[in-house]
Design a protein around this ligand. Structure first.
Ligand code: ATR
Length: 290
């Protein structure tokens, strides 16, 4: 006898703008691979409506929600519980709606899968072993990436570049903080080390075309990796130059994939099988795992 079909559930992503999001197609591919009847929809939610939208999603019994620009920080105060990563980086990208066994009330749990997703994506990019990384930009995404790197690589040192280095959100932990050097673009000179990560909006459609100073790549170590978390990869930008100089490069799609994998694992309470991850990869237009 075949097992009964699970109940269809709705998931989604809240953002403003949201039309460009590749998350719906990626999650639809995962549900199809898993034989689940669920759906994942993009919801245009403006800043002023986030509270209503989140509480509405909880009341309607949505399976889970992702948050993107501009909601990742604002959602903090809506969460009944925040994961350790969320508490450290101050940003939420995944909400789980959890029924309290005692009261039956729905609790909102906030997670951040961007940090882990960045590390998973970096694992796919071969390169020299990591001792020193440079992060460009100090927005919300950069805080999650810095937290991930400092936690995963006990000896790594970070140079962190911003137009306003005094505003960089340094780790609260003293040991981690001692491994971070905040710099202005003018102080940076040329980036050194084995990993360069662009988290700025430079190169994004409609964003600034050039970094505040010309970025010379010649001082990076041989075998260095260059990552631009913007997707799709802007033509003629940093990654094209880095690839031409012989460095291993990656745009933001692998990070998008892996933060999505980790969000699904939280919502479905399972380890996603390889074939489902491959279907998500295909839906994003990424090459299959070699
Ligand atoms: P997110 O939270 O997703 O990282 P954000 O807060 O909108 O995005 O931040 C945009 C990023 O682009 C920041 O890293 C910002 O860096 P700093 O404010 O720390 O300098 C960066 N950014 C925006 N305009 C920039 C510009 N003209 N040159 C360099 N970086 C810029």
């Amino acid at each position: 006898m075949s097992s009964p079909q699970p109940l269809a559930r709705c998931f989604g992503v809240f953002g403003d703008p949201i039309g460009h999001s590749r998350s719906p197609v990626m999650h639809a591919a995962a549900f199809a691979a898993l034989g689940l009847p669920h759906c994942y929809l993009p919801f245009h939610v403006s800043s002023g409506s986030l509270g209503e939208a989140v509480r509405g999603a909880a009341a309607l019994g949505l399976g889970g929600v992702n948050l993107t620009v501009p909601h990742k920080q604002a959602a903090l105060e809506l969460c009944d519980r925040r994961s350790d990563t969320v508490q450290r980086v101050g940003a939420v990208n995944t909400l789980c709606f959890v029924q309290d066994a005692a009261t039956g009330a729905t609790q909102i749990h906030g997670h951040n899968t961007d940090a882990r997703g960045f590390l998973d994506a970096l694992d796919e990019l071969p390169g020299a072993s990591l001792r020193h990384a440079t992060i460009l930009g100090a927005g919300g995404a950069s805080v999650a990436i810095a937290d991930a790197l400092l936690g995963a690589f006990a000896d790594v040192e970070l140079t962190w570049v911003s137009r306003a280095p005094e505003r960089i959100v340094l780790p609260r932990d003293a040991e981690a903080r001692a491994r971070v050097r905040p710099l202005s673009w003018e102080q940076l000179g040329a980036p050194t080390g084995e990993l360069l990560i662009n988290t700025t909006i430079v190169g994004l459609a409609g964003g600034p075309r050039a970094f505040p100073v010309a970025l010379e790549l010649g001082k990076l170590e041989a075998g260095a990796r260059v990552v631009d978390i913007v997707y799709p990869r802007p033509a003629g930008g940093l990654l094209e130059r880095a690839a031409a100089a012989g460095f291993a490069v990656q745009d933001g799609l692998p990070m998008l994939l892996w933060q999505g994998v980790r969000a699904l694992e939280l919502w479905l309470d399972l380890a996603l099988p390889d074939h489902a991850i491959e279907r998500m990869r295909g839906a994003l237009g990424l090459a299959a795992t070699p």
